[in-house]
Design a protein around this ligand. Structure first.
Ligand SMILES: Cc1ncc(COP(=O)(O)O)c(C=O)c1O
Length: 384
């Protein structure tokens, strides 16, 4: 491996034999292959962290955006789900989910859209998030217009500085405004801590413990005002096992990992203690060998997420080492001592560093079992 993974601990072996296709002649590239047995294993692993209590999990659908994986979770009793977009919410409804948290600020026309969806599906329990008084006023107006009532959580800033309001008097005031709004009901708090990237599990636990202590004291302050806190939604893949240690004491706790179903090379290396196995692989072919020692493959940034650093697009399973040269829309160029082993048309297997946006670049995922493509799953909610 040529890229620097300094700071990462030893990781469970990920062997090409698990992912290799026996027959590739009908497989168009670039593509994303998913391995349902590994997905099932990752979901079961999450359930093990939840000590077999599916109600302690609220997986985020944004990673895979497929009905089939939602159904695998439903079959295991995981009935609470989280999403970011209203297209994902609509897909969750189609999949039969009855408890949906839209964990993204709904503003502008989306306030009317969520109110209409909630009104159309009275048997589905929706919650929305707010982190600002103006969004709350708009959401309440939209629900009044649609003649529906919506559960609303306050989004707390877990240190990421992306969305959310700091724990403190203004957050309590916002929560009280939900209670006082004619068409909204208080539903608790979300604290997402995706900024916690500490690879050492002991230090990561200390960070989570610190967040938890501050959270407990904040919730006590909220309850002192007489307001109820029905649920507490926390965490992503890197921290959810650590938060779940609190679940025996705190029955309102729901942990909301997303990436865990597929994992990716970043999370797999960074959080080896979470023991999620990569369950999605980018399939790409050598398309050119422009000079000695160089391979160009069809894995441009229209086929694999471009948001990690350039050298960290993918981890190749069948190259012993490589140096990233460049990536353009349809090309990924690497220098590798293995170049002579490959001819144009040969397949490379590459685990993306960031799988969630990678999936969203593909209309469907190839479902692979025992070395064969057995199905295709639509990435249904990639269309907003
Ligand atoms: C609000 C929220 N909750 C949960 C998650 C899932 O986190 P992860 O992908 O780290 O598992 C995300 C990811 O972006 C998120 O934004």
């Amino acid at each position: 491996m040529s890229e620097s993974d300094a700071g990462f601990q030893t990781i469970p072996a990920v062997d090409l034999a698990i992912y290799r296709l026996d027959e590739t002649k009908d497989v168009f590239t670039p593509a994303v292959a998913v391995y349902p047995d590994l997905v099932a294993r990752n979901i079961d692993r999450a359930l093990a962290f939840a000590k077999g209590h599916p109600e302690r999990l609220r997986p985020h659908v944004k990673t895979h955006k497929t009905i089939q994986i939602v159904q695998m979770e439903l079959e295991r009793g995981i009935i609470r789900h989280k999403c970011a977009t209203l297209a994902e919410a609509e897909m969750l409804i189609r999949a039969g989910v009855k408890d949906i948290l839209v964990a993204y600020p709904v503003v502008g026309p989306n306030a009317n859209r969520i109110a209409t969806i909630a009104q159309t599906f009275p048997d589905v329990r929706f919650s929305a998030l707010v982190d600002h008084p103006t969004s709350l006023i708009h959401l309440n107006a939209a629900c009044r217009k649609a003649n529906t009532k919506l559960d609303v959580m306050v989004d707390l800033d877990g240190g990421m500085g992306r969305t959310g309001i700091a724990m403190g008097p203004a957050a309590i005031e916002l929560y009280r405004s939900i209670h006082e709004a004619s068409h909204l009901k208080v539903d608790g708090f979300q604290l997402y801590d995706g900024n916690v990237e500490e690879p050492d599990p002991i230090k990561r636990q200390e960070i989570v413990d610190d967040h938890r202590e501050r959270f407990i004291s904040f919730i006590r302050d909220v309850e002192k005002t007489g307001l109820v806190v029905p649920r507490i939604v926390v965490a992503g893949t890197g921290t959810f096992p650590l938060w779940l240690k609190w679940a025996d004491e705190e029955p309102r706790l729901e942990a909301s990992p997303g990436t865990f179903v597929f994992s990716d090379w970043n999370y797999h290396c960074r959080f080896p203690d979470v023991e999620m196995v990569p369950a999605a692989v980018a399939l790409t072919r050598v398309v050119s060998k422009p000079r000695p020692g160089r391979l160009t493959c069809d894995l441009g940034h229209k086929a694999v997420a471009a948001d990690p650093l350039a050298a960290k697009r993918v981890h190749f399973l069948n190259l012993s080492s490589w140096e990233f040269v460049r990536q353009s829309e349809e090309h990924l160029v690497v220098d590798t001592p293995d170049a002579d082993l490959f001819e144009p048309g040969d397949m490379l297997y590459a685990i993306p560093y960031h799988i969630c946006p990678t999936c969203a670049l593909h209309r469907e995922l190839l479902v692979v079992r025992d070395g064969r493509v057995i199905d295709r799953w639509g990435v249904v909610s990639r269309d907003r």
